[in-house]
Design a protein around this ligand. Structure first.
Ligand SMILES: Nc1ncnc2c1ncn2[C@@H]1O[C@H](COP(=O)(O)OP(=O)(O)OP(=O)(O)O)[C@@H](O)[C@H]1O
Ligand SMILES: [Mg+2]
Length: 385
């Protein structure tokens, strides 16, 4: 049976399944703890991105799912079944790697046929599966070409077709767009999302590109040093980072050093180092902070506004604009202040009346809800990419 969805010929949706559960999954290579105690439940049909810097353990985690690596401890269940003893090709998983890993001496059709031959499918059945898979990635006219006669994006689509040709309920992708240029990457994001929706497959997608993770995923797991540091929807992650690491890795953040104090009203507030106003500032997550501790306060550059100094009352820090970087729709203003340099990303639309230039004195302002405090000891490492 086939149906037309959004003008695309779609084969039968994948068989039911694709639910994944990781339970205390760990992997040690000698003394290197590559993955530590990762527990995750991934729903059927969900698109989960695993985001993290180089060396965070993303590939190791995927390799344990596919069966290429054996966990040191913990369990993996796919559709309720413990897969520990199951060979990779029996796990019903389609895999796409960063480098297409196509067989150079085989045509596109032969490459795509490979998983079907492994599964001993009859030639007739193979032909219809290959046809459908190539239609899905819009390469039906390229079946007889060899990989070196294709562009990078087309090669990556062949790799995708090969991963979906046997209609796996679960697709794992490890930096599948890493080798492509920016434009093609953005185009392929849309293609992969469309494909996933049409197939109804569960996707686990590894990337160190936050833009990719935020735009494509239903939920994102941020990995740092082998562990999942935060699991949440893209807006959760962006608006309520659970740690300084996440605030730093996902989007941009200004960090200001300070100390927490317990105010008479029972609320924890923060005094920033160098702030001559001595103002006790509110932060959005005050209830999760302890009093009398070193903290970093994180504020996104787009949450900072720059105001005229005249009429500034108490809390706003005054400083001097030292750089203005034009970005198109926005301009990044760097302001030197006593609490450190402050980045303010101002939308040019809102700048029609007041334009700031290098050397201008400005008052730096943000709303209390835009600031989050992080205990200093909680930042266990900084991102390396
Ligand atoms: N076969 C191995 N033997 C020893 N150490 C390994 C092995 N594979 C990975 N590691 C180590 O485990 C850690 C996690 O590596 P992994 O490849 O999972 O990171 P990653 O998040 O995929 O990084 P990248 O973004 O660079 O691909 C790293 O410190 C790495 O050096
Ligand atoms: Mg990797």
């Amino acid at each position: 049976m086939s149906e037309v969805l959004e003008g695309v010929q779609v084969v039968d949706q994948v068989a039911t399944g694709g639910e994944v559960e990781l339970d205390g999954l760990s992997k040690k290579y000698g003394t290197v703890q590559a993955v530590r105690e990762v527990s995750l439940s991934i729903r059927r049909g969900e698109f989960l991105a695993i985001l993290g810097p180089s060396g965070a353990g993303k590939t190791t985690l995927l390799n344990m799912l596919t069966g290429f690596e054996k966990p040191t401890s913990g369990a993996i269940r796919i559709d309720g079944r413990d897969v520990a003893r199951l060979a990779p090709h029996k796990r019903g998983i389609g895999v796409v790697f960063q480098h297409y890993a196509l067989f150079k001496h085989m045509t596109v059709a032969q490459n795509v046929a490979f998983p079907l031959r492994m599964r001993r499918m009859s030639p007739r059945e193979q032909r219809s599966h290959i046809q459908h898979a190539l239609e899905l990635v819009k390469l039906e006219d390229f079946a007889t070409r060899f990989p070196d006669q294709l562009s990078g994006g087309q090669q990556q689509r062949v790799a995708l077709a090969r991963a979906i040709v046997f209609r796996p309920p679960l697709l794992l992708m490890d930096e599948p767009l890493g080798a492509l240029d920016k434009r093609l990457r953005e185009h392929m994001r849309v293609e992969i999302k469309r494909l996933q929706r049409n197939l109804g497959a569960t996707v686990i997608y590894v990337t160190h590109d936050q833009g990719e993770a935020l735009t494509m995923a239903d939920r994102v797991a941020v990995m740092n040093d082998g562990a999942v540091e935060q699991l949440g929807t893209p807006d959760d992650l962006y608006e309520r980072p659970a740690s300084a690491f996440v605030a730093d890795f996902v989007g941009e953040t200004n960090f200001f050093q300070g100390r927490t104090v317990l105010d008479a009203d029972g609320r924890v507030r923060v005094v920033l180092d160098g702030d001559r106003t001595g103002h006790r500032r509110d932060v959005d997550n005050a209830e999760s902070l302890k009093a009398d501790c070193g903290v970093e306060v994180g504020v996104r550059p787009e949450q900072v506004s720059l105001l005229p100094v005249e009429g500034t009352d108490g809390p706003d820090v005054v400083g001097k604009v030292c750089e203005v970087l034009y970005e198109g729709a926005t301009a990044l203003h760097v302001v030197e202040t006593a609490i450190g340099n402050v980045n303010a990303r101002l939308s040019l639309k809102n700048l029609r009346e007041t334009r700031w230039a290098v050397g201008d004195q400005v008052a730096v302002h943000w709303d209390a809800h835009a600031a989050r405090g992080y205990h200093v000891a909680d930042r266990n490492s900084s991102p390396s990419s």
